[in-house]
Structures are given as C-alpha cells and as structure tokens.
Write a protein that binds this ligand. Structure first.
Ligand code: HEM
Length: 471
C-alpha cells in the first residue's frame, strides 16, 4: 500500500503556543458570549486562538470548520494522549480543567475502542428510550410523576401562586430524581453521589477532589449493582459488557451523569427560558404541540453544550486562516457555529415553518450524543417542560432576560436560576407526602422501597434549600 503523505505547516506559520491569546472566560463572555464570538471572528476568521485558564486552545467558530472537526475522526482525535502540551508537561500544575479530561471513558476514546464502548451504552440505554418496553414506559411515567410531585411540593411550601426558582425548585431536583432512578442508586449511595455531583458540577477550586469523590461513588455503585442487579442502567451496562471493571463502569456512569444532570437540566431551563422570554418561533412550536421542535429551536438559540470537548490534531492541518499543528487542541463551538445558521434565519434552513435540525445541540460525527441518549434526553426535556405548562396558568420572568445570571464555563452555558412569578391551575396535584411505593417504581424492590423514596426526598429538600441559599 502506498504511504499517504500529508502536508506540514509551512515554516514561519505561528504555533498556538507562540501566539498571544486573549482569555475566553471573562465577565464580558459571561454576560454576552455572542459578542465575544463575533469579535473573535472579525479579528481572526472562523478559527481563533483563545486562552482557557492560562492554556491556549483553538476555538472553531464557523459552522463548516466545526463540522470538519466533529466529523473527521482520522484527523481530529479524542484520546487525550494526542495532546502535545500535556505529553510534554507544559500544562500548569492544578489546571482546573484537566481533572475531567483525565477520566478515561468513552468520550475520550477513538476508533474501535470507542465504537465498542458506544455499542455497550446503546444496548444499555435502549430499553429506557423505547416507549414500548416496560423500562421505557416506567421511566416515562416516573419522569412525569416526579415533575408533578415537585410542583405539588412547591404548592405545599409556597402556595398556589407566588415566586419560584424553576432551577433550584424544579429542574435540578427533577434531574437528580431521574438519575437516581435510572442508575439504580440505593439511598445511602444516592445521598453521597447527589451531593458530590453538585460540588463537582459547580466547578471551581474543589473541582478536582469533587471529581475524585464522584468517581469513587460511581465505582461503589457499579460494585453494588454487580452484586445486586436490578432494572437500571448500571445493571444493564454490566449485562451488555460483563468485562467492564467496577472502575471503568464507574467512569462511564460518571460521564452519563454529567449529561443526564447538568446538560439535560440546562436544556430544560433553556427551553423554559426561550418560551418565557417570548421567543416567537419556540412558542409557536410549543403551542402547536411540537415539543420536539420546541427543543430544536431552543437548542439552536442556546445550546447547553456551548463549546464541545477538545479534539487533538493528528497531523498538521489548515483550519480557517491558521495552520493547526499536530498535537494542538481545538474546541468546536456549537454556540458560535449556530450564529452562522441563524444568520441564514430567513432562508429555508431555519425559517419558522421548517425544522431546525441542522443545529449542533447534540453534537455531530462519531461522538455525537448516542441516539438512545438523545431520545431519553428529549423525552425528559419535553416532559419536564410540558408539565410546567400543564400545571402553571401563569409564569412570568421576574428579571429582565438580560439580567439573568448564567454559569458560563468553557463547555456549558446554563442558567444559575430561573426566577418566575407563577400561578398554578386549580387541579389535583399529587400530595408531596404521598410517597412513591416500590411497586410504582417498578424496580422489583431493588431500590429499597419507601425508605428510598423518603431518603431521596429528604436529600432533595436539602438541595432545594441549598440551591436557594447559594443563588
Ligand atoms: C438534552 C439533553 C442532552 C444534550 C443537549 C446532549 C448533548 C450532547 C453533545 C453535544 C454531545 C457531544 C459532545 C462532544 O462531541 O464533545 C453528547 C455526547 C454524549 N451524550 Fe448527550 N446530551 C444530552 C443528553 C444525554 C443523556 C440523557 C445521556 C445519557 C444518559 C447522554 C449521553 C451522552 C454520551 C454517552 C455522549 C458521548 C458520546 C461519545 O463520545 O461517543 N446525553 N451529548
């Protein structure tokens, strides 16, 4: 076979390390990331060098460049060992973003190893996204029931009209309940896991130790379900690949928990926000009962995975107006690329009557969100959003949209809180005291029954109040 020759960067073209970069995560970026993407584009073109906590990375901003990086697997690698600055020990000690990249799980694998891991995930998630399977039916019913219970709790604590934070008092506890249910967490573990996930997701100086603790908790969960299998994702992962060690399964669950909690929760909040702020096309699709399309439109306006995880160049390659060297790092920005799509807003691509499926909210290429996970995420988002508008006769933002506080890290852009003034419909709401029975959970008793439900609810109460304090 003839050896393929690849071009190398011309002498004199600047390396990433040699360029002076502006930090991406500034207060301007927090307030208005769109303005920052625009400026970067005007200055550098569709690919810009930026600094992330002191480390230079290429940010792909243009839709074609982002698609190239997401799709061309042989050029753009996920395995962190391709990262030259890391291999050469040039990353700052205690760099806060490194802890996550060092967790070796499916997202950071390539080729056959990656495809095999995806098959396992797909097989294990499949029953839960399929409405015709008992697990899928049961999960759908549970999401709706949890949503109703949380609204019932709100009514019991704050009355049938008043003020609420749909982040701390609805979306976040809902996603934690779903995770506990889907993963098959017994309550003792659930308590630890829930609290540590919150610490980890909040990021900051404790991110490294919190990641370690969360990983340890998921490893314990893996060992627990190996010994006592149930009808849950953890047990089904083991069925799909009995060779998985507890540590590897713990890592895979950890990554799923990030998507299930943080990303899906942010998607719920982003959809609610687009409706509440009066995004006309989002509202139209919601009132036409097209919840899936509502999610597409909200993802286009504000993708929760704003900037996707790093890809590492396998070889020197031209991207945008620069040469990216082998081993340099690129973050593909869905949020910036969506500006290209929206610029075509009046065209056939994203006209109000036409689907917006060109969005990158689920990623693209070999590492895009697996179809079973997308179904599941879509189901949770549409149920969570649908239940709010079923129960609330009135919900209005109590802050102007441009004053809402955002969490905008290097990857996620999500609301810290979503404060509303609400009025509830005078229909029957489930009493917050009506504990969920093991039979209603449909878990054949593997979750520990009433004790589990009571324990979970106690954790949630604490979280809801902690959320309020922090906000
Ligand atoms: C609305 C909710 C969700 C959104 C917006 C979303 C978005 C994404 C995106 C953008 C990626 C690609 C990231 C990249 O290429 O760097 C991704 C990957 C992934 N997502 Fe989702 N996701 C959602 C829900 C879920 C759920 C519920 C699960 C599992 C329970 C899940 C599991 C995964 C996994 C395992 C990957 C990695 C795939 C791989 O590397 O091959 N996601 N998701």
């Amino acid at each position: 076979m003839e050896a393929q020759s690849h071009p190398t960067a011309p002498a004199g073209s600047p390396t990433l390390a040699a360029l002076s970069v502006e930090p991406l995560l500034t207060s301007e970026f927090d307030a208005d990331p769109g303005a920052v993407y625009e400026r970067l584009r005007r200055t550098y073109g569709p690919v810009a060098p930026v600094g992330l906590a002191g480390v230079p990375v290429w940010l792909a901003l243009g839709y074609p460049e982002v698609m190239e990086v997401l799709r061309n697997e042989s050029q753009w690698r996920r395995d962190v060992r391709y990262w030259r600055a890391r291999a050469e020990g040039r990353l700052p000690r205690e760099w806060p973003l490194l802890a996550g990249y060092e967790v070796r799980q499916m997202m950071f694998m390539d080729d056959e190893e990656h495809r095999a891991a995806r098959r396992t995930h797909h097989a294990a998630l499949g029953p839960f996204q399929d409405a015709r399977s008992p697990e899928g039916w049961e999960l759908r019913a549970a999401v709706a029931r949890y949503a109703d219970e949380l609204v019932g709790m709100l009514a019991a604590e704050s009355g049938s009209s008043g003020f609420a934070d749909l982040g701390a008092q609805y979306t976040r506890p809902l996603l934690l309940m779903v995770t506990t249910k889907l993963f098959g967490c017994p309550v003792e573990l659930g308590d630890d896991l829930v609290m540590d996930l919150w610490r980890m997701l909040d990021g900051g100086p404790d991110a490294g130790p919190a990641t370690g603790r969360a990983l340890a908790a998921f490893t314990r969960l893996a060992a627990h379900r190996r010994a006592r299998p149930g009808d849950d994702l953890t047990s089904y992962m083991l069925l799909a690949d009995p060779e998985l060690s507890d540590e590897q399964l713990g890592r895979e669950l950890f990554m799923n928990a990030v998507y299930l909690n943080d990303i899906t929760g942010n998607m719920v909040l982003n959809v609610l926000l687009e409706v509440l702020r009066g995004n006309a096309t989002v509202r139209r699709s919601l009132s036409a009962g097209q919840l899936g399309e509502t999610v597409n439109r909200a993802a286009l306006a504000n993708p929760p995975v704003a900037n996707m995880c790093f890809r590492f160049a396998a070889r020197d390659v031209r991207l945008g107006d620069f040469w990216v060297r082998a081993g340099e790092v690129v973050s593909p920005s869905a949020a910036a690329a969506h500006r290209d799509l929206r610029a075509l807003g009046s065209s056939h691509l994203v006209g109000p009557a036409v689907s917006t499926r060109a969005h990158l909210g689920w990623g693209a290429g070999p590492h895009q969100c697996p179809s079973a996970a997308r179904e599941l995420g879509g189901l949770i988002v549409t149920t969570a959003v649908g239940r709010v508008f079923d129960h609330f006769t009135k919900a209005e933002l109590t802050l102007p949209p441009d004053q809402l506080p955002w969490r905008s890290g290097p990857v996620v852009r999500g609301l810290r809180l979503l404060p509303v003034r609400y009025e509830l419909a005078t229909g029957a709401l489930p009493s917050p005291r009506s504990e969920v029975t093991p039979a209603a959970h449909g878990t054949h008793g593997t979750h520990g029954g009433d004790g589990h439900a009571r324990g979970l609810r106690a954790v949630l109460r604490r979280l809801m109040h902690a959320g309020k304090r922090e906000d």
